[in-house]
Ligand binder design. Structure first.
Ligand code: ADP
Ligand code: MG
Length: 686
């Protein structure tokens, strides 16, 4: 049996089972071995029922006793079974699983594992995992793996298949990490790791295995990302080093004094430039934190040192805005700015391109049009991308290849946790502006229940009477992966609800003001018409699904009301809140939720207490776990199988160091492995 063989090569895999395995993403024997457990049960220790203590994770070994009981409670069918092991008896309940009464038979021995909890019937096990005791020992007397399942595949089946695959392919698992890296980081070999991630011989072996595989996962991803982007810290030619670092003229031309954070970031950037290395830095900072000023200072420096700068924005509107702002400040300092955009006439474009090639334009501002092949620079020395997440890796690599080795600054308004930034931008240095320019009013944020609807609507009416505008966001449930039909139907239903909600308001409390509706099923021009009307103030209250999240800027809007706020993660709530507080008027964010669970409570508390996007993004990662967190970041990062960016920070830092120290990928097995990841990584929007 080979790792590349299909899963059907295994004993006990027929056609029907093969389909189920495919559903789990398992096609080959190799896939099966990399189908890592999502959890473990420690069945190396069996607890006597008589000695269970509340709160402990425990496995009991027991037989059924007494009669089963059935009850209805709050719409749930509860089946309660009794078990005893000679030291005591325990009642365990299962919700909506009536078949459990047949599945667990009298006279058989069962391992039952779960958290010991208090119940009116005495101590019990919550949602326990169970296995019948059998001759073989994959499910007993040891640390037992727990896998993600699909209907028709049980834990026992998967454990058996994986055991079989491990035995049949012994000695075939290749280690693609270079030996010196294994050695330097104290990592075990791959074959030991794969065996022990599934069937660890004990806690220590498990941790050794997991560390190795987490390291490998993060190391590979970062190596692939860096390979795709095609650059690491690179020395620049002495002739390209900026000699003139005097920024006094531009600082006095700016209409404000830079904030401490802006100064700190400029310091970091100028340190890179004067150090003889190409600047390669990510600048994070919330919307409105003043990233543009930093970009202007840099462009000024480039121009004064005879180099050209290219500034790329994600939309024409933003590019035009930048062009105006840059011209206003830099124009007076003898720096020539130009705009290149898709909507310009061919003749105009030609002229600008000619000037650019001749070196007459110092700073060119544009959209992706700047990436086209027929744009030539006389001496490109600096590339700044704003709101970079919409540019692909490949596009950036294309632009970087236009200069010799230009300085690169990437600016993003999406605060992401440090660990995630390190993975996504493993090759870059990272700076952050956390402080807002003075005079900005914080957005007052409240969390209330639906009982407050009328009061909120009154408040909105008052603001509208004062000439302000409001957003009301009704979320759609996040799409469930792999279940597209169901989610499409659900989506439709929920959009219907949004429309209903909007119409209720329109005909009721807001009968005398203008209510607009925006949702994902509208055509692009319909959406644009509504957004434009809202921007012009023709619509007072915009009821919308989350489509407003992307780049809408209406400074006159002062209220962001979010229905069912529990459905959003913190990062998304923060993004939504950022739609208000953009003008001179005091703004408010009102989170409406009837959910009472702990996670929701923590999220709402965090939102009301802080406006710092970084704090919120860290908390978001912690509360959701990385899997879900990634889903909402839309980076398209491949799903991490094992690594947890919150808990594995240390391994992440070690992997990053290893990647950076390695430089060029020369170890052949690693090169091949990275190659297969490249296509995936190139899709990532960075
Ligand atoms: P972003 O980080 O979202 O790109 P901008 O650079 O557009 O933010 O800045 C937002 C606003 O704050 C702009 O109107 C800008 O003129 C202003 N601003 C930037 N820096 C300062 C400062 N140090 N003091 C006062 N206002 C500032
Ligand atoms: Mg900006």
């Amino acid at each position: 049996m080979k790792l590349t063989d299909g899963a059907e090569t295994l004993k006990n895999v027929g056609e029907a089972r093969l389909v189920l395995l495919h559903k789990l993403g398992i096609k080959t024997i190799g896939d099966l071995l990399e189908f890592f457990p999502r959890d473990y049960l420690d069945r190396s220790v069996i607890s006597p029922i008589g000695e269970l203590a509340q709160g402990q994770m425990a496995t009991i070994l027991a037989k059924r006793a007494g009669d089963a009981q059935f009850r209805q409670l709050a719409g749930k069918n509860i089946t309660r079974l009794y078990f005893s092991d000679g030291t005591g008896q325990i009642a365990i309940s299962w919700f909506n699983q009536p078949y459990i009464q047949q599945a667990l038979k009298y006279g058989e021995d069962y391992y039952i594992s779960g958290k010991v909890a208090w119940s009116p019937a005495g101590l019990t096990l919550e949602n326990p995992q169970w296995d019948r005791v059998e001759g073989e020992s994959l499910s007993a007397g040891r640390i037992v793996p727990v896998y993600k399942l699909t209907v028709g595949i049980t834990q026992k089946i998967l454990r058996g298949l994986i055991r079989q695959a491990l035995d049949e392919t012994a000695g075939q698992i290749e280690d693609f990490l270079p030996p010196n890296i294994l050695h330097a980081h104290g990592l075990c070999g791959r074959s030991f790791a794969v065996e022990n991630i599934h069937f660890p011989n004990g806690g220590e072996d498990f941790y050794t295995a997991r560390k190795r595989l987490v390291f490998e996962e993060l190391f590979l991803l970062q190596t692939a990302l860096i390979t795709a982007k095609g650059h690491l810290k690179q020395k620049i030619a002495p002739a390209d080093i900026f000699a003139n670092m005097d920024i006094t003229p531009i600082l006095s031309a700016l209409p404000y004094k830079l904030t401490d954070d802006q100064v700190k970031v400029l310091d970091e950037i100028m340190g890179d430039i004067t150090g003889g290395f190409a600047l390669n830095r990510l600048l994070q900072g919330d919307v409105g934190s003043g990233k543009t000023a930093v970009a202007m200072v840099l462009c000024y420096l480039a121009a004064k040192n005879g180099a050209q700068a290219a500034v790329m924005a994600p939309t024409e509107t933003l590019a035009t805005q930048h062009f105006q702002a840059f011209t206003e400040i830099l124009g007076g300092l003898g720096v020539n700015c130009g705009l290149l955009s898709g909507s310009q006439k061919p003749k105009e474009k030609r002229e600008i391109k000619a000037k650019l090639a001749a070196g007459e334009i110092n700073v060119i501002i544009g959209t992706h049009a700047l990436l086209q092949d027929n744009v030539e620079f006389a001496r490109l020395g600096l590339v700044i991308t704003d709101e970079q997440h919409r540019f692909g890796v490949r596009q950036r690599a294309a632009l970087n290849s236009k200069g010799t080795i230009p300085h690169v600054l990437v600016m993003t308004a999406t605060p992401i946790p440090r660990s995630l930034a390190m993975v996504l931008y493993g090759d870059m240095d990272i700076s952050a502006i956390r402080q807002m320019p003075p005079g900005r009013q914080p957005i007052d944020t409240y969390s209330v229940t639906k009982a407050y609807h009328n009061r909120i609507f009154d408040f909105i009416r008052k603001q509208v009477a004062d000439g302000r505008q409001a957003y009301i966001i009704c979320p759609l449930i996040q799409k469930d992966e792999g279940d597209e039909d169901a989610s499409a139907a659900q989506n439709k239903q929920e959009i219907t609800q949004v429309i209903k909600f909007a119409e209720l308001l329109k005909d009721g409390v807001f009968a005398d003001i203008n209510v607009g509706i925006l949702h994902g099923r509208m055509k692009a021009d319909e959406k644009n018409a509504v957004m434009t009307a809202f921007g012009l103030g023709e619509i007072d209250v915009l009821v919308s699904t989350t489509v407003v999240e992307v780049g809408i800027n209406v400074p006159n809007a002062t209220i962001m009301m979010i229905e069912n706020a529990e459905r959003f993660g913190l990062s998304q709530l923060h993004q939504l809140r950022g739609r208000v507080g953009r003008g001179k008027h005091k703004s408010y964010c009102i989170l409406v939720t009837d959910a009472k669970n702990q996670v929701t409570k923590k999220r709402m508390d965090a939102m009301t207490k802080t406006g710092d996007g970084f704090v919120l993004s860290e908390m978001d990662l912690e509360l959701r776990g990385p899997g879900e967190f990634f889903g909402t970041m839309q980076h398209g990062l491949p799903r991490l199988m094992l690594a947890n960016l919150y808990k594995d920070m240390e391994v992440l830092a070690a992997a990053r160091d290893a990647v950076i120290n390695m430089g060029e990928v020369s170890h052949l097995p690693l090169k091949n492995k990275v190659k297969s990841l490249l296509a995936k990584v190139q899709q990532i929007a960075l």
